[in-house]
Design a protein around this ligand. Sequence first.
Ligand SMILES: Cc1ncc(COP(=O)(O)O)c(C=O)c1O
Length: 447
Amino acid sequence: MSHSEDSKREGPAISADARRLQERAHALIPGGAHTYAKGDDQYPSVAPPFIVRGRGCHVWDVDGNEYVEYGMGLRAVALGHAFPRVVDAARRQLECGTNFVRPSPLELACAERFLDCVRTAEMVKFTKNGSDATTAAVKLARAATGRDLVAMCGDQPFFSTDDWFIGVTAMPAGIPDAIRNLSVKFRYNDLPDLDDVLRRHQGRVACVILEAETTVPPLPGYFDGIRRLCDAHGVILILDENITGFRWDVGGAQKLHGVRPDLSCFGKAMANGFALSALAGRRDLMELGGLRTSGERVFLLSTTHGAETHALAASIATMETYQSEPVIETLHRQGERLRAGVNQAIALHGVEGYVEILGRPCNLVFATRDTERKPSQPLRTLFMQELIRRGVIGPSFVVSYSHTDADIDRTVEAASEALAVYRRALDDGPERFLVGPSVRPVMRPRN
Ligand SMILES: Cc1ncc(COP(=O)(O)O)c(C=O)c1O
């Protein structure tokens, strides 16, 4: 615990009051928070336990310390915190009421705006969480095909909080084998593997679900190949655009990569942090949940809060901003600026191959490796710890439209100093530099 001599500074002070709140949260809330990804086991101990407010890409903790933030509400706040155009639209709607006994015309207006952005889709239905959208897509595919199996990309981290997905993670407690046995996995960028999965389960797979891209781009022809295989096997192709949507392109990764999904699922960035998600796709499939089908009806996304008017108003304003301002270009440009700066610092401190900035500039993540070049949670913790001490917080380097050149430059400077500590930790071991426990994977069977 010789951090004071080993590291340049202590960083923002966390008060005893903030620590008391943290303890109390764990006493009342399992995990101390309502999203595992925000939990204490995901951040170094020097991280502020709570954030009380944000503006643009800056956030303030309960003690008044200010940070530049990355990740931005699990990638939902793509424009920036309290983005005035979005807040104004939501506020105006709050004054008019948020939930009535009959639909609001905003439901149509938001659908029109969404379908103007996502051109492959013929219909759309809104709900609150990305998980509800992917789960609805799976149900619709099962109903349309009369088949049970879900083929999901096994290299991608998350599709839903529901049993069909959580059942095949490292945390499947409470989910019956009967459900778990209905999910099968294929490898990304590996058409022969998908072909093999569809052949082995011939006539039993309802849908293929994947993200268009995480940190590795699709190989040329990959999506044409998936489309062909899905058509040949009568399988519904579902694209999960919860992360890529409104970030890769206003029309989603499907637009950028020229993918033609049958159904696609959006959430996160579509309402800049307000709760709204969407299932979109082919009319003949979506109508199974409507009032105009002669077939057996599917219970498709009907919830009390699904179309809260202020969230719809926020989403319309958000999508209008994407369409009228250089949001996507800015996300890519600032991500590129950040990557270039951090890569220079990586070279300067001799940590190439140990710290790596991965992914598309609009969605950068960092890999932290040990002396054997294996992924290291202690070194991840150390890198985040040293960034936080220098006023930069985030589980990734995912930028928003509000990250300015000055914010990026400040981050590069912080990263450079953090990487100097990282270099020493590679030589002397991270334990000497860590002031608290290491972060741990979210999905793990035991604490
Ligand atoms: C790719 C992907 N799909 C689905 C989800 C689930 O979204 P939500 O948390 O809104 O239910 C997430 C959430 O992180 C995600 O990253």
